[in-house]
Structure formats: structure tokens, C-alpha cells
Design a protein around this ligand. Sequence first.
Ligand code: UDX
Length: 438
Amino acid sequence: MKIAVVGTGYVGLVTGTCFAETGNQVTCVDIDVRKVERLQKGEIPIYEPGLDVLFDRNVAEGRLLFTTSLAEGIKDAQVIFLALPTPPGEDGSADLKYILGVANDLGPILDQYAVIIDKSTVPVGTAEKVHAAIAKNAKVDFDVVSNPEFLREGVAVEDFMKPDRVVVGTTSEKAKKVMEKLYAPLVRQGNPVIFMDERSAEMTKYAANSFLAMKITFMNEIANLCEKVGANVDDIRRGIGTDSRIGKRFLFAGIGYGGSCFPKDVQALAKTSKDYDYDFRILKSVMDVNYDQKKKLLPMVENYFASDLKGKTIAVWGLAFKPYTDDIREAPALENIEALLAAGAKVVAYDPEAMTNVKGILGDKITFTHTPYAALDDADALMIFTEWPQFRTPEFEKMGKLLKNKVVFDGRNLYELDQMREMGYTYYSIGREKVVPA
Ligand code: UDX
């Protein structure tokens, strides 16, 4: 098939590359000239494990092209993906200006039947709006389909190539056939392509992300209560996750969810509820709890230093909102660092992938190091914000010699309590007792 993908962000680039890998001819379109030039030179603008191999192969074999011209990109395309940003507006609703802008431009240049696919996470009713925007000037028949993307950053290629399910919202039989053909190579193992109407597909994406955000938030609240009653959230997680109705995944308590999806999507679903005069109470709690959770370690730090952080050096491990990505959108690390700086502390940080992005925001307000251990040298304490695997089994003795105080504030529960006690650390984590040296 000939495919166009409009928008080369995380979702667009992964979609384009993976559909080229399944044998389609793909052209990715983006208005960002510099980004397109880099892509044409073979440079991938994001860090996503496994994407480079597929990208290089499909570029080399001529199946994956890049252009800034929408008309050139959609020429002869049977399928046109819209993978454009939907940033939250001031009131929390998803801003559709990019999607509707492209839809307006598409109308006059469509020259044959095409299936136009909303891949971005968009509010209920967007497919109808996109349809109307194209129809204003279209001379040919077309369908607009809602096909939300469920990939996770960091495992995007794997999620895309082996999806648990594919959700397709369309009532057009013609579009349905195209979508079946397109996804056939990705669902060979029997995972379903679930067809529904456009509005239900749009709602499915918000329901999925909000449910997952709620699941994490529930565990964060259990963790907060565990601290008060003297229970261990790790044991609770094992105790409830083994119930197949609950499931083992997404039960890890920590310093709140971040990233480009959960915060935005929970907010947008709350806004949709408000627009339809429905009081979606759980969503409000999810947002409230997560707001507080992200700053949860700060009072512990303040308490440890008797509210005097002036001149203290805090080492930070992990800046990305989660491991295997350089994405720092809504990352808890950033808010915490800003608060530490405001309190007069110095921050020395290490992250395997996200330091360049943070430097872009914080400049030289903080210091970056090339190794995790270099960040600890003469620091007064260590704070951990991202569970990169390399932080899981560090050399505790070496750490202890570098740090001025053997104290760790861990937002991701990386270490065993007994181990920290034996090693002589003061150790704060989430939903577990505070460890003081034996
Ligand atoms: C999410 C959805 O999982 C994906 O289906 C959707 O397409 C986009 O949004 P992503 O934002 O890449 O994907 O990250 P995800 O792995 O889901 O993690 C989201 C946040 O939840 C991270 O901040 C992570 O640290 C946090 N999290 C996750 C927890 O705090 N505890 C958990 O148990 C799981």
C-alpha cells in the first residue's frame, strides 16, 4: 500500500517506520524543515530503542521517505495517517488546531479515494470535525477513521509490531477492508482488530489511559496510607497483583505518573465530561493525587536537613519521565529540581538519555555528569526519580564513600529495605518504612 504519515513525532515516526517494515511505501510529512532534513540524512530525532535498525533498513531500501510537502506526501496514498500534536489548551481540552489545519489543507489536494486516519489522541467527535473540514473542498470520496495508538515510549516498536489489540472506529465497509489489510501483518498471532464507531474508538483511548493513570494513582494512595499504618506497598502489590482480575502490571507506586500522555489525557477526559455536564469524580481525584505525589519526597528532604537546604548539594539520578526514553515532558524530576533550586540547594544530575533535553530547559542552573557515580561526589544526599536499570544494582560501598551523608530519597523503590539497613544507609522510599542505619 502507499501510505502517508502527517506528523513525525513519536507516534508518526514509529507508525511510518513500522508500516514501511511491513512492506508498504511510506512518505512521512512534517512542516518542520530542519527535522525533515535530518530525517532525510538518516538521523532520528528521538531516542527509541530498536527504531534505528528498522529506520535504517527501510530508508536504505527506499520504502521510507520524508518531505515537507503535504501534496507530495499524499500523492497516490490510499491511507493518510494524521499523527499530529494535540496539546492541552488552557482549559484542559485537546487543541485541534494542527489536525484541523491539515484536514483543511487536504480537501482540495485529495485526488483519489483515501482513508484518512486519526492516529492522535483526540476528543470524542473529532473524526466528524475532520470529515467536515476535508469535505468542504474535497472533489473525491474519502473516509475518516479513528485508530488510536496505544504504544508506550521506550517499547514503541515492540508495542506497534505486536499490539495487544488494534482499535478501529469506522462505519464504512470500504474503510474497514483497507484497515484490515493494513493491520493484517501485525495481528497474525490472533490479537484482535476491534471495529466500532468513530466516537467509541476516540473514547476508548481516553478510557484506557485514564484507567491506567487511575490504577497507578490508586497504588500511590495505598502507598501513602502504608507509610502511616506501617505496611509495605511492595507486599501489597504482590498480594493483589496475583489476582488475575487486578493483574500484575501498572501497580508500581512512586512519585506519580508523567509523560506526554497520561497527564494530558486525564485532563482532556475531565474536560469532555464537563462539556457534557457529567461530573467524573474519579478523574478529579486522580489529577489531585498525582499533583501532590510528584512532590512527595520534598518534605522528607526538608525534614532530613531541618528545612535548611541552602548550600546543600543534592545528587539526582534519573531525569526522564520513565526509563528507556529521553522524554522529560511532565517528568517529576523537573519539578523537584526546580523546588530544590528555589530552596537554595545545588543539583548535580545524571541520566543516561535525557540530560541534553534538561540542559535545553535548565541551562547551567544545574550540573550534569557523565556517570551516575560522578554525581555523588561530595553530595549531601541522593534523590532518584527514574528507574533506569543501571541504578538498580549500584556499588553501595562506592556510593557511600562518595556521598557526604549516606542518605537516599528513592521515588521508585529500587532497593530492598534490609539491604539498605545493613549497608548503613538512611533510606526513604514510597509506601515503605523509613530505614535508619542498623
Ligand atoms: C502511555 C500508555 O501506556 C500508552 O498505551 C499510550 O499510548 C501513551 O501513554 P507512556 O506515556 O509511553 O504510555 O508511558 P507508560 O509506560 O504508560 O508510563 C506512564 C507513566 O506512569 C510514567 O510516568 C511511569 O513512570 C508511570 N508508572 C507506570 C507508574 O508510576 N507506575 C506503574 O506501575 C506504571
